[in-house]
Design a protein around this ligand. Structure first.
Ligand SMILES: [Zn+2]
Length: 579
């Protein structure tokens, strides 16, 4: 970073006659007197995401807000002797990235746990558990996450593999999507999970069984979450420490705002963790949070809880104000709700967590109280039913200002895409998931496989796209948080850096770079109801921006993983700088 002061700027722009010596607070700009800026950034390729002025060279910041976005010459009027001037040497500046679906606090809860490499395999995972257990003799429970359940075939992972390396302490590992867990025998014993233990919701939230109905150590959906709770692997202390780490990593990837799509195991401590971090000045990310419900027994009181949080949690850096509804599972788990049966599994077309009627009631009641709603719908039927609920809510409560977003949207029909547009629903998704899905391909029909992640169709139909990482459930560790990394895959629909890798159909759904950037900035800001403050670089908006060492429009997308964030600025303060 090349930071110099006014002396340099005056020399560099000598002869512009805009610098009036001795004038501390105001200078001449086109005949108008303007207050001096705290900082000025110039010589950049500024991509503003503002349709009225897509490109600029320089910005000026005062009191944490943008007071000028324009040319190198024009910005000079905003600098006086106290203004900090940074020459960006042609680097690319973008609005701070907004991650519109992540679980930073839940990620924080896991940040100090054992992180498994999803792209490794069963042997490696077992070895990692063995090493971690040896290095952490003091931990009463070995807790980790990140394995890929489908690597074990239809039966899922088995306790016996873990028993070989740890038999004296419970081991509990969450899968990469947090839809299942792998436990050793000691964990099952401590949790008292036996052949007689009833499933929470047979077929969806259940214990995988072997001979004699014995649990195999593979726990699905709610049973996995319950095991975590019962083993008490998450504490206020671990969440706070871990969340600080997560917020810092977000800054290193250029993220300055986030939507928390469910704190889940950290929910109980959500507001206290945020307050602690904010008060300690350790939170350089704007945070919009939600109250998440994942089963029908959580309907009662859910909307009251959102209202209470909306009223009591508003602060400078955070506001918990949205309802998140989890309505189906995943394709690999064959729990995403589809119109067709899963291949080779007649009678199973997945399941929604809530009935259409329950969904209707939840969304309509939210509309009545002007609460924004974020609905997890991955399969085509879950998406369809979510749209039905929004349509009804919008018809019943015409004056409601509620906004709706449907997240993941993995398999979507043509009809649904049109309804997203008609109803003004945001399509939220994680671009890094759009590379070729060799696992999922086995479970869905060719027609469904061709209707995966239809980003370009959404764009062509003027649907607002919003992108996010779903960390820690992205399946790529902390790298999964990186918007630039996500953009590569959203653009290529291939494995990162692999020009010859298979392309996820339909190839026409590859999304252009400008739309990917918009989805990671203004589109996501809209979902967070913050588009008047962030998401584009315009005068009057917050000075939240990111500087990249390369211009994404002039860089081979297959090399996006090499693009570096050199600086992240929030409220006009540098919160990350590449050393
Ligand atoms: Zn999520």
């Amino acid at each position: 970073m090349n930071t110099r002061y006014l002396g340099w700027l005056t020399a560099g722009l000598a002869g512009t006659a805009l610098f009036v010596a001795g004038c501390k607070t105001a200078l001449e700009a086109g005949g108008m007197r303007v207050p001096a800026a705290d900082s000025v950034y110039l010589n950049a390729s500024v991509y503003t995401v503002d349709d009225d002025q897509p490109w600029a060279e320089a910005v000026a910041v005062r009191n944490g807000e943008l007071v000028y976005v324009g040319s190198n010459e024009g910005v000079a009027a905003y600098a006086d002797g106290d203004t900090r001037v940074t020459d960006l040497g042609g680097k690319m500046m973008l609005p701070g990235f907004v991650d519109s679906h992540m679980h930073p606090l839940m990620g924080g809860a896991y940040a100090l746990a054992l992180a498994l490499d999803t792209f490794a395999g069963p042997e490696d995972w077992v070895e990692a558990v063995s090493d971690y257990a040896e290095q952490h003799q003091d931990k009463p429970v070995i807790f980790g996450y990140g394995f890929l359940a489908s690597a074990f075939g239809a039966d899922g992972p088995h306790k016996a593999m873990l028993d070989k390396v740890v038999s004296d302490r419970p081991v509990l590992l969450m899968d990469e999507g947090f839809h299942g867990a792998w436990a050793n025998s000691k964990a099952l014993e401590v949790l008292n999970i036996t052949k007689d233990t009833p499933d929470i919701a047979p077929g969806f939230s259940y214990y995988k069984r072997g001979d004699g109905n014995e649990p195999t150590g593979y726990l699905l959906e709610g049973t996995a979450g319950k095991a975590m709770e019962d083993l008490d692997v998450i504490t206020l202390e671990s969440i706070t420490q871990g969340s600080e780490l997560v917020f810092n990593i977000m800054n290193s990837y250029g993220i300055t705002a986030v939507f928390d799509a469910g704190a889940f195991d950290a929910a109980e401590h959500q507001v206290s963790v945020l307050k602690k971090l904010q008060d300690a000045n350790k939170m350089h990310v704007r945070y919009v949070g939600s109250h998440a419900i994942v089963s029908a027994d959580q309907i009662d009181g859910a909307i009251d809880r959102v209202e209470e949080l909306r009223r009591t949690s508003k602060s400078d850096r955070f506001h918990v104000n949205m309802l998140k509804i989890m309505n189906d599972g995943t394709i690999e788990g064959k729990t995403a709700a589809m119109f067709e049966d899963y291949q080779g599994d007649p009678g199973n077309n997945g399941k929604t967590v809530f009935s259409q009627e329950q969904m209707n009631d939840l969304v309509s009641e939210s509309a009545k109280r002007d609460i924004d709603v974020h609905i997890h719908a991955l399969g085509e039927r879950a998406v369809h039913e979510a749209l039905n609920a929004v349509e009804l809510a919008k018809t019943t409560h015409k004056d409601s200002i509620s906004r709706y977003s449907i997240c993941h949207v993995q398999v979507v029909t043509d009809e649904s895409i049109k309804r997203f547009a008609e109803l003004g629903v945001v399509a939220q998704s994680t671009p890094l998931w759009t590379s070729f899905d060799s696992q999922g391909q086995k479970y869905v029909s060719e027609d469904q496989f061709n209707r995966y992640f239809r980003y370009n169709s959404f764009k062509e139909n003027d649907v607002t796209l919003a992108f996010g990482s779903d960390f820690p459930a992205s399946g790529a560790g902390t790298l999964g948080m990186s918007p630039v990394f996500n953009m590569e895959i959203g653009h290529t629909r291939q494995e990162t850096g692999e020009r010859d890798a298979p392309i996820q159909p339909n190839i026409s759904e590859r999304l252009d770079i400008a739309s990917l950037i918009r989805g990671y900035t203004l589109g996501s800001a809209y979902q967070l109801r913050m588009e008047d403050q962030i998401g584009s670089l315009e005068v009057g908006k917050k000075a939240d921006f990111v500087v990249l060492d390369k211009n994404l429009f002039e860089t081979d997308p297959y090399t996006f993983s090499d693009v570096k964030v050199t600086m992240t600025v929030m409220d006009g303060n540098v919160v990350y700088s590449l050393r």
